[in-house]
Design a protein around this ligand. Sequence first.
Ligand code: IMP
Length: 175
Amino acid sequence: MAERLVQVFSKKQIASRVRELGAMITASYAERPQPLVLVCVLKGSFIFAADLARAIKLSVRVEFLGVRSYEETTSTGVVQITQDLVQPIEDCDVLLVEDIVDTGLTMKHLLGHLGIRQPHSMRVCALLHKPSRSKVELTVDYVGFSIPDLFVVGYGLDISERYRNLPYLAVVEGA
Ligand code: IMP
C-alpha cells in the first residue's frame, strides 16, 4: 500500500503555538540574571528549537545534545548519547527542547545525564506529548500539543530519517 500523509497540525497552527510557548518561557525566565541555556535534543527538535529560540525574547545560549533511542517506530528503551554538550551547564538555567515525549524514557534518561552537572534549574519543553504512552513519572513543563497514540512526522520528526523537512505535522498511513 502506498504511503499517504494526513496532516494533524498545519504550519500556521504550529507557528502560533510556538509563539505562545516562547511568550510563556520569556515570562518564566524574565527575572533570571543569566542567559537561558536551550538544549536542543537532536535530531528531532532541530526545527522546533530554531523557531522556539526566536520566539523567546531573552538572552539565550544554544547547545546541542545528540540522542538515539528509536528503531523505525518503536522505542528501544536504550538511550544512546551520540553527541554531548560542548559547554558546561553548572549553575545555569537549562531548558531541554525536545520534539516529542512518548514513553518518557529518553527525557528521564537525559534529565539524569545532565542533572549530575549541577545546573541551577532544569525544565523540559516538548512540542508534542503522548500522555497515554507514558512509562515513567515525568513533568513536561511546556507542551506544544498533547496527542493520542499516533506516530507523527514532519517539522523535524522522522520515520527512518524521512519527512523531517515537511513544514507541517502528519501521520503516515500505510507505513
Ligand atoms: P520516548 O523515549 O519513548 O519518550 O521517545 C522519545 C523519542 O522517540 C523522541 O525524541 C522521538 O525521536 C521518537 N519518537 C517518539 N514518538 C515519535 C513519533 O510519533 N514520531 C517521530 N518520532 C517519535
